[in-house]
Every structure is written in structure tokens, then in C-alpha cells.
Design a protein around this ligand. Structure first.
Ligand code: CDP
Length: 222
């Protein structure tokens, strides 16, 4: 494998993080979950009771916050100002507000800087919404992972129920639709498929099939 940077973008719940983590594991690469960083900042905004419309205060908070991803034994732990927030950032309330926080230009500027700094000399798999277009426009392999809204909602429902959250599939589908619109329509680096990205529709594929497809493409692009 001579490819060093792999970018995986796509809409909410398309399975990016599961797939990206496994691709990184198989290749021995570092996995960077950029969505987790937007989620960590959103949790901080909520904990400090800052209205999500207060762009100035949220930008200032982003600048002074220490958001870190720590890879340990194939798992990624998210730390915000030294506190482990790995579980808390997955709660539906964070999902509800994250797209608004992520639409703030100052927030994106700061988190993109942190994300680029994390890539070091390469050998990374990074997933998000703007990786192939903005964060790593020169990535060696670019993928856009998608699935039908119903399938994405079903997957996220199973995930959250397993974690003990009380939520209905309808609520999740509404949240996913809302985030798809917010993420695609924001002014700064919206969710779009990069012209040079390979599109993978995972609606009828298993996780292993998607992982194999991605690794297969990366090997062929050598
Ligand atoms: O896992 P899920 O698909 O629910 O989303 P995520 O990857 O955890 O990202 C949460 C939110 O962060 C997204 O809905 C976007 O609003 C924002 N995000 C972003 O704007 N840019 C990124 N590179 C990654 C996430």
C-alpha cells in the first residue's frame, strides 16, 4: 500500500465511522473521526448553556478548547479539555444541535486546523463531511459513502437502542433528514461529493463488503 491518506465523506448514519475504523485497523493506519470533534464541541456548548445561535461565543470556545482523539487498541476515545466524552457525544441531543454548531465558520476553521495537524506524515483514514473537498483535498483515495434515509435511520436506531437510549426510529429519521439538509446547505464547506470521489451506496451491503470495496479500490489505485 503506497497510499497514505484515505478520505471518507457522506451523510449522517451512512456507516462512515464503522467502516473507516475497520479500514484503518486492517491497514494499520490512524483513524480520525472528525464528526466526533464537532460533537465534542457541541457537548461543551450545551454544558455551558451557550445558545447555539451565539456564533461569536462558540467560536471563542472552539479556539480555547482542547479536543483530542486518542486511538487505543482499535478504539477511539474523545477527550475535551481533558475529560473523556466518548459516550456522551453520541446522545441524541448532541446529534440534534451539532449541525448548527458545525455551520459556524470560526468553528470549522479551528477544527480543520486541528484535523490537518493530526494527519502528520500520512497513513490516515479520516471521515467526515468535507474531508475530500476541504480538509485533505489532495487525499490519495476519496470515497463518498451513502445509503437510503430509511436504512441509515434503521442502523442508527439499532446502535442507540443497544446503548440504552430511549428514542423511536421516526425521531432518528427526522434528525437524519434535518442534518442532511443543514450539512448540505451550509455556506462553509458543505457536504458534497467531491468530483474525484468514488461513490459507494451501502444500502444493500454489509460492513465487510464496504470495507473490502474501499481497500480494493485503494490497492488498485496504487
Ligand atoms: O455519525 P454521524 O453520521 O451521525 O455524524 P458525525 O460524523 O458524528 O458528525 C456529526 C455532525 O458533525 C454532522 O452532522 C455535521 O454537522 C458535522 N460534521 C461536519 O460538519 N464536518 C465534518 N467533517 C464532520 C462532521
Amino acid at each position: 500500500m503506497v497510499k497514505k491518506t484515505i478520505a471518507i465523506d457522506g451523510p449522517a448514519g451512512a456507516g462512515k465511522s464503522t467502516v473507516a475504523r475497520l479500514v484503518a485497523k486492517r491497514l494499520g493506519y490512524l483513524y480520525i473521526d472528525t464528526g466526533a470533534m464537532y460533537r465534542a464541541l457541541t457537548l461543551l456548548v450545551m454544558n455551558q448553556s451557550i445558545p447555539v445561535t451565539n456564533e461569536e461565543e462558540i467560536t471563542a470556545l472552539a479556539k480555547k478548547s482542547d479536543i483530542k482523539l486518542i486511538n487505543n487498541n482499535g478504539r477511539v476515545f474523545v477527550y475535551c479539555n481533558g475529560i473523556n466524552v466518548t459516550e456522551k457525544i453520541r446522545q441524541p441531543e448532541v446529534s440534534h444541535y451539532v449541525s448548527q454548531v458545525a455551520s459556524i465558520p470560526g468553528v470549522r476553521k479551528r477544527l480543520v486546523e486541528l484535523q490537518r495537524a493530526m494527519t502528520g506524515s500520512g497513513r490516515v483514514v479520516m471521515d467526515g463531511r468535507d474531508i475530500a473537498t476541504t480538509v485533505l483535498p489532495h487525499a490519495d483515495c476519496k470515497f463518498f459513502l451513502t445509503a437510503s434515509v430509511a436504512e441509515r435511520a434503521r442502523r442508527r436506531y439499532r446502535e442507540l437502542i443497544e446503548k440504552g437510549f430511549k428514542i423511536t426510529e421516526e425521531e432518528i429519521e427526522a434528525d437524519i433528514r434535518h442534518r442532511d439538509v443543514m450539512d448540505s446547505q451550509r455556506k462553509v464547506s458543505p457536504l458534497v461529493c467531491a468530483p474525484d470521489a468514488i461513490v459507494i451506496d451501502s444500502t444493500n451491503l454489509t460492513v465487510t463488503e464496504v470495507v473490502d470495496t474501499i481497500i480494493g479500490y485503494c490497492e488498485r489505485m496504487r
